[in-house]
Design a protein around this ligand. Structure first.
Ligand code: GDP
Length: 198
């Protein structure tokens, strides 16, 4: 599948105001700086569709993009930035849980993880939350070009072992991506298209 059209549609701070029609929707989320904007630009073949982060955590909006006039790609705010108050963190949590629990069009989420890092509690907690709410998701290990193949394999295996030692009976579906050399692009887009065809 190729992406023929990709357009920014709307930003919202309120889930209730998100687009009302029934197009299938896929949400991208992860810690600030994980490479989410770069991934979205890579997937859609657009240089500046998603704004790469100037100041992490500044914009807390739900951004809808419409792809091929047939599905929504949703860019959610990054989480896990250190420099915000407890109050802001709490508001963020409410905003995100509202999105995941109320947005009926959501088909699946993609949780982005920097492939170089050890498993972080905030990511594991977030995936556990999705699991408990039975919200389908895949992991995307980003910035794969930053590691040699062996190290990448080792880190993913390590991640898997940590999840299996915790709440997970099996490793969630996952992809490996690089915005620099377009690794993972076809796999992720094809995966979405396959679901849309079902
Ligand atoms: P966001 O905050 O999650 O949207 O992250 P950005 O897309 O703004 O990326 C954060 C930083 O990581 C930027 O300096 C990007 O250039 C860099 N980056 C993002 N994706 C990749 C990647 O796949 N490979 C490499 N080498 N750098 C990346």
């Amino acid at each position: 599948m190729s992406i023929k059209t990709a357009e920014f549609l709307v930003s919202n701070s309120n889930v209730a105001k998100c687009p009302k029609n029934n197009l299938p929707e896929y949400a991208f989320i992860g810690r600030s700086n994980v490479g989410k904007s770069s991934l979205i630009n890579m997937l859609t073949d657009r240089k500046n569709l998603a704004k790469t982060s100037g100041r992490p955590g500044k914009t807390q909006l739900i951004n809808h993009f419409i792809i091929n006039q047939s599905w929504y790609l949703v860019d959610l705010p990054g989480y896990g930035y250190a420099r915000v108050s407890k109050k802001v963190k709490k508001e963020f949590q409410k905003f995100i849980t509202q999105y995941f629990e109320e947005r009926e069009q959501l088909v699946s989420a993609f949780v982005l993880i920097d492939c170089r890092h050890e498993p972080q509690p905030i990511d594991k907690e977030f995936m556990q939350y999705l699991g408990e709410k039975q919200i389908p998701f895949s992991i995307i290990f980003t910035k794969a070009d930053k590691l040699k193949p062996k190290a990448l394999e080792r880190n993913i295996e390590n991640y898997k072992q940590e999840l299996l030692a915790g709440a997970w009976a099996e490793m969630p579906n996952y992809f490996v991506s690089s915005a620099t050399n377009t690794t993972g692009k076809d796999e992720i887009i094809n995966y979405i298209e396959q679901i849309n065809l079902q």
